[in-house]
Design a protein around this ligand. Structure first.
Ligand code: GLY
Length: 426
């Protein structure tokens, strides 16, 4: 197949690497393109310049390369309707329509769908005027959960017991012209479950957990995600099935009932509380960095999986096959990420590590003139580790990250640590 992947981060490098078939027993011979891609993706795919929110330009690019499948990585093109433009042009696309992507694009819409589908989630109140902020703070906290009701790449959420900080965030979101959502705090460890959805057919991938705060022990600001591991040793054996039955399948059915069926990847971000799963948020795309770990264990050729979803034949796909063991990814972030990441510094490592996508995926990198790499984003690299045990996988990832040099960079040293130490209780 000729496949075009839209996006430029670590998630897209993971997708392109998996689509290349390099790790799959079957092997594949896909012709790969990416737009705009990054310096790591350039080793596996032909890169193209593209405004990823421009539907007609994406259609033109897909037609010019004869794409059999377009895979949309990030949320912005989905919310902008790029998948609709591709479908209208008769091109198979992995990614939901603009109307279905509103499950991520509007948190208020997601709440409405969940209420109709009977899905457990936090109580919420939407506020658009600064004068309503104090009353909402009285009603919902502490702990205060204050969300930007627009796309904010995971960075629009503040969870804090500090009322002044919650108020400041709410006022900043309103000043920027977005509604703000106040929510009750959901207790329990977080789970990211990615599900392939094609109408009412739902196929879950392995469950993962992301670490969203910038620093160890869940301190510091929220980020897009600083590391992740999969699967979850602490999740009950029926945990994934419960999430499918209680959350994803009812939402998929509700989207069909509304005449806006979901087609693509539905990411359920959950808290596992006393009553089981409750929804923190939905995303309309693969999560970053969880995807980097999840795809490291997938054995079924990814191209078959995405193509079946895109062409409405997911129900006929054979059950997914997974490697045994665990996978971990650790994010190497630039100095001052997430506030104002420093860019343009040389990245070096021994032994071809930076060119081995089974161990290092590129997120915010660019090629420099001397055939090396420089930092070009906040999350710069995703370092992977796999192993028979979660400890083995963590050890492999940290051993690799220690070999990489990027001035001023930092990473969390406790990815998967609470799970390994048995500290996660449900
Ligand atoms: N890992 C969080 C996200 O992808 O939004």
């Amino acid at each position: 197949m000729c496949i075009l992947v839209i996006g430029s981060g670590g998630r897209e490098h993971a997708l392109v690497h998996a689509l290349s078939g390099a790790d799959s027993a079957a092997g594949t011979e896909n012709e790969l393109h990416a737009a705009p891609g990054n310096a790591g993706i350039a080793r596996l795919a032909t890169l193209h310049d593209l405004d990823v929110t421009d539907g007609p330009a994406t259609v033109e690019l897909a037609q010019s390369i004869g794409a059999d499948l377009v895979v949309i990585g990030p949320e912005q093109p989905l919310v902008a309707g790029v998948a609709d433009a591709l479908r209208e042009a008769g091109i198979a696309v992995f990614g939901p329509s603009k109307e279905a992507a509103a499950l991520e694009g509007s948190k208020a819409f997601a709440k409405d769908v969940m209420a109709a589908a009977g899905v457990r989630t936090a109580e919420a109140r939407q506020v658009t005027d600064e004068s309503e902020v104090e009353a909402a703070l009285d009603a919902f906290g502490p702990t205060y959960v204050v969300k930007d009701d627009g796309l904010a790449g995971g960075k629009g959420v503040v969870v804090t017991s500090d009322r002044a900080a919650a108020k400041e965030h709410a006022e900043a979101v309103i000043a920027a012209g977005n509604p703000v959502l106040f929510e009750s705090f959901l207790e329990g460890p977080e789970v990211s479950l990615f599900c392939l959805v094609d109408g009412e057919t739902v196929v879950p991938l392995l469950p993962a957990q992301d670490h969203k705060r910038a620093y160890d022990n869940d301190e510091g600001p929220n980020t897009g995600g600083m590391g992740a591991y999969t699967p979850l040793p602490w999740l009950p054996a029926n945990g994934v099935q419960r999430i499918v039955d209680e959350v994803v399948a009812p939402v998929a059915a509700e989207m069909v009932r509304r005449g806006t069926p979901y087609s693509g990847l539905l990411y359920a971000g959950l808290a596992w509380g006393a009553q089981g799963p409750a929804v923190v948020e939905f995303n309309a795309r693969f999560g970053d960095p969880e995807t980097q770990a999840v795809l490291a264990l997938l054995q079924t050729p990814l191209a078959d999986v995405l193509h079946a979803t895109a062409t409405g034949t997911l129900a006929q796909l054979a059950p997914l096959e997974w490697k045994d063991g665990y996978a971990v990814t650790v994010v190497l972030a630039a100095e001052n990420y997430p506030a104002n990441p420093r860019k343009g510094d040389a990245i070096t490592a021994q032994g071809g590590l930076l060119d081995d996508p089974a161990r290092v995926l590129h997120a915010g990198t660019a090629a420099d003139t001397a055939d090396g790499y420089v930092s070009a984003g906040g999350r710069v690299l995703n370092i992977l580790g796999t192993g028979a045990t979660l400890s083995d996988a963590v050890e492999a990832a940290y051993k690799a990250i220690e070999q990489i040099e990027l001035d001023g960079s930092f990473y969390r040293r406790d990815i998967a640590r609470p799970a390994i130490d048995g500290e996660i209780e449900i």
